[in-house]
Design a protein around this ligand. Structure first.
Ligand code: MG
Length: 379
Protein backbone atom coordinates (compact mmCIF):
# COMPACT_ATOMS: atom_id res chain seq x y z
CA UNK A 1 0.00 0.00 0.00
CA UNK A 2 1.32 3.38 -1.01
CA UNK A 3 0.20 6.47 0.93
CA UNK A 4 -0.54 9.40 -1.32
CA UNK A 5 -0.68 13.20 -1.10
CA UNK A 6 -2.56 14.76 -4.02
CA UNK A 7 -1.99 18.47 -4.68
CA UNK A 8 -4.50 20.20 -6.96
CA UNK A 9 -7.27 17.60 -6.69
CA UNK A 10 -10.03 19.68 -8.28
CA UNK A 11 -8.22 20.49 -11.55
CA UNK A 12 -8.22 18.50 -14.78
CA UNK A 13 -5.20 16.30 -13.90
CA UNK A 14 -6.36 16.12 -10.26
CA UNK A 15 -9.79 14.67 -11.04
CA UNK A 16 -8.31 12.22 -13.56
CA UNK A 17 -5.79 11.17 -10.90
CA UNK A 18 -8.65 10.46 -8.49
CA UNK A 19 -10.24 8.23 -11.15
CA UNK A 20 -7.00 6.26 -11.46
CA UNK A 21 -6.56 6.01 -7.67
CA UNK A 22 -10.14 4.71 -7.38
CA UNK A 23 -9.38 1.96 -9.90
CA UNK A 24 -6.44 0.75 -7.80
CA UNK A 25 -7.78 1.56 -4.36
CA UNK A 26 -6.29 -1.59 -2.85
CA UNK A 27 -2.81 -0.29 -3.74
CA UNK A 28 -3.12 3.43 -3.04
CA UNK A 29 -4.43 5.18 0.02
CA UNK A 30 -5.23 8.90 -0.21
CA UNK A 31 -3.97 10.57 2.99
CA UNK A 32 -3.83 14.25 2.12
CA UNK A 33 -5.42 16.40 -0.53
CA UNK A 34 -5.48 20.05 -1.61
CA UNK A 35 -7.88 22.19 -3.61
CA UNK A 36 -7.66 25.91 -4.40
CA UNK A 37 -10.96 27.66 -3.87
CA UNK A 38 -13.31 24.77 -4.60
CA UNK A 39 -14.27 23.84 -1.03
CA UNK A 40 -17.54 22.29 -2.26
CA UNK A 41 -15.39 19.70 -4.02
CA UNK A 42 -13.20 19.33 -0.92
CA UNK A 43 -16.34 18.48 1.09
CA UNK A 44 -17.16 15.75 -1.43
CA UNK A 45 -13.64 14.36 -1.15
CA UNK A 46 -13.80 14.24 2.64
CA UNK A 47 -17.00 12.17 2.35
CA UNK A 48 -15.60 9.93 -0.41
CA UNK A 49 -12.21 9.19 1.20
CA UNK A 50 -12.42 8.29 4.92
CA UNK A 51 -8.65 7.63 4.72
CA UNK A 52 -7.94 11.40 4.52
CA UNK A 53 -5.89 12.78 7.41
CA UNK A 54 -5.11 16.28 6.12
CA UNK A 55 -6.67 18.75 3.70
CA UNK A 56 -5.86 22.17 2.28
CA UNK A 57 -7.83 24.97 0.67
CA UNK A 58 -6.73 28.58 0.19
CA UNK A 59 -9.44 29.79 2.58
CA UNK A 60 -10.43 27.55 5.43
CA UNK A 61 -13.98 26.16 5.27
CA UNK A 62 -14.79 26.56 8.98
CA UNK A 63 -17.93 24.45 8.76
CA UNK A 64 -16.07 21.55 7.17
CA UNK A 65 -13.28 21.85 9.75
CA UNK A 66 -15.80 21.83 12.63
CA UNK A 67 -17.65 18.81 11.22
CA UNK A 68 -14.39 16.81 10.93
CA UNK A 69 -12.22 17.67 13.94
CA UNK A 70 -10.02 14.60 13.24
CA UNK A 71 -8.78 16.23 10.00
CA UNK A 72 -5.73 18.48 10.05
CA UNK A 73 -6.86 21.50 8.03
CA UNK A 74 -4.19 23.64 6.31
CA UNK A 75 -4.89 26.92 4.49
CA UNK A 76 -3.22 30.10 3.22
CA UNK A 77 0.57 29.76 3.12
CA UNK A 78 0.54 26.19 4.48
CA UNK A 79 0.43 24.19 1.23
CA UNK A 80 4.03 23.01 1.69
CA UNK A 81 3.11 21.57 5.09
CA UNK A 82 0.44 19.46 3.44
CA UNK A 83 3.00 18.30 0.83
CA UNK A 84 5.29 17.17 3.67
CA UNK A 85 2.49 15.32 5.51
CA UNK A 86 4.13 12.52 7.54
CA UNK A 87 3.84 8.78 6.83
CA UNK A 88 3.17 9.30 3.11
CA UNK A 89 5.35 7.94 0.27
CA UNK A 90 4.36 9.80 -2.87
CA UNK A 91 3.25 13.35 -3.60
CA UNK A 92 1.31 13.81 -6.84
CA UNK A 93 1.70 17.45 -7.81
CA UNK A 94 -1.16 18.38 -10.16
CA UNK A 95 -1.07 22.09 -9.30
CA UNK A 96 -1.14 24.60 -12.12
CA UNK A 97 1.47 27.34 -12.04
CA UNK A 98 4.41 28.54 -9.98
CA UNK A 99 2.42 27.84 -6.80
CA UNK A 100 3.53 24.21 -7.35
CA UNK A 101 7.25 24.90 -6.88
CA UNK A 102 7.59 25.19 -3.07
CA UNK A 103 5.30 22.20 -2.32
CA UNK A 104 7.45 20.07 -4.68
CA UNK A 105 10.53 21.19 -2.80
CA UNK A 106 8.85 20.40 0.54
CA UNK A 107 7.94 16.92 -0.71
CA UNK A 108 11.54 16.22 -1.72
CA UNK A 109 12.94 17.59 1.54
CA UNK A 110 10.65 15.33 3.53
CA UNK A 111 12.05 12.36 1.60
CA UNK A 112 9.04 11.66 -0.61
CA UNK A 113 8.99 10.71 -4.25
CA UNK A 114 7.23 13.09 -6.59
CA UNK A 115 4.87 12.40 -9.50
CA UNK A 116 4.92 15.66 -11.36
CA UNK A 117 2.30 17.21 -13.59
CA UNK A 118 3.31 20.71 -12.45
CA UNK A 119 5.66 21.98 -15.17
CA UNK A 120 6.70 25.10 -13.26
CA UNK A 121 8.49 23.02 -10.63
CA UNK A 122 11.15 22.16 -13.21
CA UNK A 123 10.87 25.09 -15.60
CA UNK A 124 11.32 27.71 -12.87
CA UNK A 125 13.06 25.69 -10.19
CA UNK A 126 14.84 22.88 -12.06
CA UNK A 127 18.28 23.86 -10.78
CA UNK A 128 17.17 23.76 -7.12
CA UNK A 129 14.99 20.66 -7.54
CA UNK A 130 17.81 18.67 -9.16
CA UNK A 131 20.24 19.62 -6.38
CA UNK A 132 17.79 18.74 -3.60
CA UNK A 133 16.76 15.44 -5.18
CA UNK A 134 20.41 14.35 -5.23
CA UNK A 135 20.78 15.36 -1.61
CA UNK A 136 17.63 13.56 -0.39
CA UNK A 137 17.80 10.60 -2.78
CA UNK A 138 14.19 10.95 -3.95
CA UNK A 139 12.68 10.05 -7.32
CA UNK A 140 10.73 12.03 -9.90
CA UNK A 141 8.05 10.54 -12.16
CA UNK A 142 6.66 12.57 -15.08
CA UNK A 143 2.92 13.08 -15.65
CA UNK A 144 3.01 14.70 -19.06
CA UNK A 145 2.27 12.72 -22.20
CA UNK A 146 5.59 13.55 -23.90
CA UNK A 147 7.81 12.84 -20.92
CA UNK A 148 5.91 9.73 -20.02
CA UNK A 149 6.48 8.54 -23.60
CA UNK A 150 10.24 9.16 -23.34
CA UNK A 151 10.35 7.46 -19.96
CA UNK A 152 8.54 4.42 -21.35
CA UNK A 153 10.91 4.22 -24.34
CA UNK A 154 13.96 4.43 -22.08
CA UNK A 155 12.96 1.38 -20.01
CA UNK A 156 15.57 -1.35 -20.13
CA UNK A 157 17.84 0.45 -22.60
CA UNK A 158 21.42 1.48 -21.75
CA UNK A 159 21.52 5.24 -21.16
CA UNK A 160 24.96 5.59 -22.74
CA UNK A 161 23.44 4.51 -26.08
CA UNK A 162 20.93 7.37 -26.10
CA UNK A 163 21.64 9.87 -28.85
CA UNK A 164 18.70 12.27 -28.59
CA UNK A 165 15.15 12.86 -27.44
CA UNK A 166 12.50 13.89 -29.97
CA UNK A 167 9.54 15.65 -28.37
CA UNK A 168 6.44 15.84 -30.53
CA UNK A 169 4.29 18.97 -30.69
CA UNK A 170 0.76 19.21 -32.02
CA UNK A 171 1.51 22.77 -33.06
CA UNK A 172 -1.28 24.32 -31.01
CA UNK A 173 -4.30 26.28 -32.21
CA UNK A 174 -2.37 28.40 -34.71
CA UNK A 175 -0.05 25.88 -36.32
CA UNK A 176 -1.25 26.72 -39.84
CA UNK A 177 -1.07 30.50 -39.46
CA UNK A 178 1.83 32.70 -40.59
CA UNK A 179 3.31 35.28 -38.23
CA UNK A 180 1.48 38.02 -40.14
CA UNK A 181 -1.82 36.22 -39.59
CA UNK A 182 -1.12 35.99 -35.84
CA UNK A 183 -1.51 39.77 -35.47
CA UNK A 184 -5.28 39.68 -35.34
CA UNK A 185 -6.10 36.37 -33.69
CA UNK A 186 -8.56 36.49 -30.80
CA UNK A 187 -8.66 34.90 -27.37
CA UNK A 188 -11.50 32.64 -28.54
CA UNK A 189 -9.40 31.37 -31.48
CA UNK A 190 -6.45 30.70 -29.20
CA UNK A 191 -8.54 28.64 -26.78
CA UNK A 192 -9.45 26.09 -29.46
CA UNK A 193 -6.78 23.40 -29.16
CA UNK A 194 -6.96 20.89 -32.03
CA UNK A 195 -6.31 17.64 -30.14
CA UNK A 196 -6.11 18.01 -26.34
CA UNK A 197 -8.74 19.46 -24.07
CA UNK A 198 -6.89 21.37 -21.34
CA UNK A 199 -7.07 24.45 -19.12
CA UNK A 200 -6.95 27.97 -20.62
CA UNK A 201 -3.36 28.80 -19.58
CA UNK A 202 -1.82 25.67 -21.10
CA UNK A 203 -3.91 26.01 -24.27
CA UNK A 204 -2.49 29.52 -24.79
CA UNK A 205 1.01 28.20 -23.99
CA UNK A 206 0.48 25.60 -26.72
CA UNK A 207 -0.51 28.27 -29.23
CA UNK A 208 2.65 30.31 -28.50
CA UNK A 209 4.72 27.08 -28.34
CA UNK A 210 5.84 28.12 -24.84
CA UNK A 211 4.36 24.86 -23.59
CA UNK A 212 6.79 22.97 -25.83
CA UNK A 213 9.66 25.22 -24.75
CA UNK A 214 8.77 24.35 -21.14
CA UNK A 215 8.66 20.66 -22.05
CA UNK A 216 12.16 20.85 -23.52
CA UNK A 217 13.34 22.23 -20.16
CA UNK A 218 11.40 19.58 -18.24
CA UNK A 219 12.96 16.84 -20.38
CA UNK A 220 16.42 18.25 -19.68
CA UNK A 221 15.90 18.11 -15.91
CA UNK A 222 13.94 14.84 -15.83
CA UNK A 223 16.30 12.77 -17.96
CA UNK A 224 19.55 14.71 -17.51
CA UNK A 225 20.00 15.10 -21.28
CA UNK A 226 21.86 18.16 -22.67
CA UNK A 227 19.74 20.67 -24.58
CA UNK A 228 21.55 20.08 -27.87
CA UNK A 229 20.28 16.49 -27.75
CA UNK A 230 16.61 17.48 -27.39
CA UNK A 231 14.69 18.10 -30.62
CA UNK A 232 11.09 19.04 -31.33
CA UNK A 233 9.02 17.60 -34.16
CA UNK A 234 5.58 18.80 -35.29
CA UNK A 235 3.03 16.00 -35.25
CA UNK A 236 -0.48 17.44 -35.58
CA UNK A 237 -2.35 14.25 -34.64
CA UNK A 238 -0.95 13.83 -31.07
CA UNK A 239 -0.72 10.04 -31.52
CA UNK A 240 3.05 9.63 -31.31
CA UNK A 241 3.65 11.13 -27.87
CA UNK A 242 7.44 11.35 -28.29
CA UNK A 243 10.49 9.37 -29.45
CA UNK A 244 14.06 8.57 -28.54
CA UNK A 245 16.99 7.78 -30.81
CA UNK A 246 19.98 5.57 -30.07
CA UNK A 247 23.55 5.80 -31.35
CA UNK A 248 22.90 3.10 -33.98
CA UNK A 249 20.09 5.18 -35.51
CA UNK A 250 17.23 3.10 -34.09
CA UNK A 251 14.29 5.21 -32.93
CA UNK A 252 11.64 4.13 -30.42
CA UNK A 253 8.29 5.86 -30.18
CA UNK A 254 5.36 5.60 -27.79
CA UNK A 255 1.92 5.85 -29.39
CA UNK A 256 -1.54 6.04 -27.92
CA UNK A 257 -4.85 7.84 -27.82
CA UNK A 258 -4.67 11.27 -26.18
CA UNK A 259 -5.84 10.31 -22.67
CA UNK A 260 -3.96 11.78 -19.69
CA UNK A 261 -5.11 8.94 -17.43
CA UNK A 262 -2.61 6.68 -19.21
CA UNK A 263 0.51 8.69 -18.17
CA UNK A 264 -1.01 9.18 -14.70
CA UNK A 265 -1.46 5.42 -14.26
CA UNK A 266 2.03 4.78 -15.60
CA UNK A 267 3.54 7.25 -13.11
CA UNK A 268 1.78 5.37 -10.31
CA UNK A 269 2.35 1.76 -11.40
CA UNK A 270 5.44 1.83 -13.69
CA UNK A 271 7.01 -0.21 -15.14
CA UNK A 272 3.69 -2.05 -15.33
CA UNK A 273 1.30 -1.06 -18.11
CA UNK A 274 -1.76 -1.78 -16.02
CA UNK A 275 -5.27 -2.16 -17.41
CA UNK A 276 -8.34 -0.24 -16.51
CA UNK A 277 -8.37 3.37 -17.57
CA UNK A 278 -9.52 2.83 -21.13
CA UNK A 279 -10.62 -0.18 -23.11
CA UNK A 280 -10.37 1.71 -26.38
CA UNK A 281 -7.50 0.68 -28.67
CA UNK A 282 -5.63 3.00 -30.98
CA UNK A 283 -6.56 1.81 -34.48
CA UNK A 284 -3.69 2.76 -36.77
CA UNK A 285 -5.50 1.33 -39.80
CA UNK A 286 -8.23 3.90 -39.16
CA UNK A 287 -5.62 6.66 -38.68
CA UNK A 288 -4.04 5.59 -41.99
CA UNK A 289 -1.25 8.13 -42.19
CA UNK A 290 0.90 9.68 -39.48
CA UNK A 291 1.93 13.22 -40.29
CA UNK A 292 5.18 14.96 -39.26
CA UNK A 293 6.71 18.35 -40.07
CA UNK A 294 9.96 20.04 -39.12
CA UNK A 295 9.63 22.59 -36.32
CA UNK A 296 9.97 26.14 -37.63
CA UNK A 297 12.01 27.87 -34.92
CA UNK A 298 11.60 31.32 -36.53
CA UNK A 299 7.83 30.94 -36.45
CA UNK A 300 7.97 30.11 -32.73
CA UNK A 301 10.62 32.35 -31.09
CA UNK A 302 10.01 31.03 -27.54
CA UNK A 303 11.29 27.63 -28.52
CA UNK A 304 14.31 29.15 -30.23
CA UNK A 305 15.11 31.29 -27.18
CA UNK A 306 14.87 28.37 -24.79
CA UNK A 307 17.17 26.21 -26.91
CA UNK A 308 19.67 29.09 -26.87
CA UNK A 309 19.41 30.43 -23.31
CA UNK A 310 18.17 27.57 -21.12
CA UNK A 311 21.55 25.74 -21.21
CA UNK A 312 22.88 28.55 -18.99
CA UNK A 313 20.57 27.30 -16.24
CA UNK A 314 20.51 29.61 -13.22
CA UNK A 315 17.40 31.71 -12.69
CA UNK A 316 16.53 32.07 -16.40
CA UNK A 317 13.60 29.62 -16.26
CA UNK A 318 12.04 31.40 -13.30
CA UNK A 319 12.10 34.80 -15.04
CA UNK A 320 10.78 33.22 -18.24
CA UNK A 321 7.94 31.51 -16.40
CA UNK A 322 7.00 34.55 -14.31
CA UNK A 323 6.94 36.85 -17.32
CA UNK A 324 4.91 34.35 -19.34
CA UNK A 325 2.43 33.87 -16.49
CA UNK A 326 1.69 37.57 -16.35
CA UNK A 327 1.59 37.99 -20.14
CA UNK A 328 -0.83 35.08 -20.61
CA UNK A 329 -2.98 36.36 -17.78
CA UNK A 330 -3.19 39.80 -19.47
CA UNK A 331 -4.07 38.12 -22.77
CA UNK A 332 -6.79 36.06 -21.07
CA UNK A 333 -8.20 39.33 -19.71
CA UNK A 334 -8.10 40.75 -23.28
CA UNK A 335 -5.73 43.51 -22.16
CA UNK A 336 -2.99 42.63 -24.66
CA UNK A 337 -2.87 40.96 -28.07
CA UNK A 338 -1.59 37.48 -28.82
CA UNK A 339 1.77 38.67 -30.18
CA UNK A 340 2.18 40.98 -27.16
CA UNK A 341 2.74 37.81 -25.10
CA UNK A 342 6.08 37.29 -26.87
CA UNK A 343 6.94 40.97 -26.79
CA UNK A 344 6.34 41.09 -23.01
CA UNK A 345 8.36 38.00 -22.18
CA UNK A 346 11.35 39.05 -24.27
CA UNK A 347 11.28 42.52 -22.70
CA UNK A 348 11.44 40.98 -19.22
CA UNK A 349 14.26 38.62 -20.22
CA UNK A 350 16.29 41.51 -21.61
CA UNK A 351 16.15 43.23 -18.21
CA UNK A 352 16.88 40.23 -15.98
CA UNK A 353 19.94 39.84 -13.79
CA UNK A 354 21.41 36.38 -14.16
CA UNK A 355 22.02 34.34 -10.98
CA UNK A 356 24.10 31.26 -11.72
CA UNK A 357 23.55 29.00 -8.71
CA UNK A 358 20.13 29.97 -7.38
CA UNK A 359 18.49 28.88 -4.12
CA UNK A 360 14.73 28.92 -3.65
CA UNK A 361 14.71 32.59 -2.59
CA UNK A 362 16.48 33.49 -5.86
CA UNK A 363 13.92 31.46 -7.82
CA UNK A 364 11.00 33.22 -6.14
CA UNK A 365 12.64 36.62 -6.67
CA UNK A 366 13.24 35.82 -10.35
CA UNK A 367 9.65 34.68 -10.85
CA UNK A 368 8.35 37.87 -9.23
CA UNK A 369 10.74 39.98 -11.30
CA UNK A 370 9.36 38.41 -14.49
CA UNK A 371 5.75 38.96 -13.40
CA UNK A 372 6.24 42.52 -12.18
CA UNK A 373 8.26 43.63 -15.18
CA UNK A 374 5.49 42.54 -17.56
CA UNK A 375 2.74 43.97 -15.34
CA UNK A 376 4.50 47.38 -15.27
CA UNK A 377 4.89 47.36 -19.08
CA UNK A 378 1.11 47.43 -19.57
CA UNK A 379 0.07 49.59 -16.65
MG1 MG B 1 2.55 17.76 -22.75
Amino acid sequence: MSNIVLLGASGSIGTQTLEVLDLYHEEFCLKAVSVGKNTAFLRELVERYPSLEAVYSIEKDEELAAAHPQLRYFSGEELSELAAWPRTDLVINALVGFVGFLPSLAAIRSGKDLALANKETLVAGGEVIRREMKKYGTKLYPIDSEHSAIWQCLQGNPREDLKRLIITASGGSFRDKTRAELKNVTLEDALKHPTWSMGAKITIDSATMMNKAFEVMEAHYLFDVPYEQIDVLIHPQSIVHSLIEFRDGAQLAQLGLPDMRIPILYALRHPSHAAGVSSESLDLAKVGTLEFRAMDYDRFPFLKAVKRIAPLGGNFGAVLNGANDEAVSLFLQKKISFLDIEKSVFAALSKMEFVSDPDEADIIAAHNFGRDTVARMWN
